[in-house]
Design a protein around this ligand. Sequence first.
Ligand SMILES: [Zn+2]
Length: 267
Amino acid sequence: MERLGKNHGGYHGETIDIRAVLRDIEISAPQHGWSSEIFHQTPEFKFLALHRSPLSLRTPHSAPRIYLSTGIHGDEPAGPLAGLRLLQENKWPENAELWFCPCLNPMGFTLNRRENADGIDLNRDYRNTRSPEVLAHIAWLERQPRFDVYLCLHEDWEAHGFYLYEQNPDGQPTLAETMVSAIQKVCPIDPSEIIEDRPAKNGIIRPNLDPRTRPQWAEAFYLIMHKSRLGHTLEAPSDFPLSTRVNALVTGVNAALESLNQGGTRI
Ligand SMILES: [Zn+2]
């Protein structure tokens, strides 16, 4: 698969009309049984959190609780598009309970930049939080139960292929290889042995670090400290076509959900 060769010093690929994407998400979600809550509002945007109860209530206590989020970086259009496609395809496991924040930085998309309108990288703002968006998001997260798994959908304009981070401090059965082996059928995997200054193998980074030692927290650090003991940050490579990146993220989420549904991971 050919790289586009567009991204030098930053993301210079396609942009999206985030208002149209969010409108389609708002239309699609209730059609497929999702309820929605506005956890933050600005004059331009409503910040949505979607929730879907398990369809089968026979074994409510065994329903895996899964949290998805995307759109925290405004120069990573594949995430919200993948979220919309997952909603429209509606292939969620019947017994799963799902929470989904489909766009955490809508203003960033209108500016095609990573940060919010005030220049804050929201994905570094989950400790000593300054931004109203992340304050509201954390307040919403605090009202939710714990999640068995989280999946945060991103892109990386410097990546040579898809890769992901797995945070799994208790050594639970992993989902990382399952996701990568499904994704490699639709998108190249980054073969680098070092990605983002961390050791990587077959597109998988297992950062063995204690968030308490880090001054700035990504959303994933907040989640692993407060909401979940297993989670993944999926990074689609921005130098490949947008459709390939969307396919990579959708395929990764579906592979993880399928594996959880088949009991591939202890819930
Ligand atoms: Zn990102």
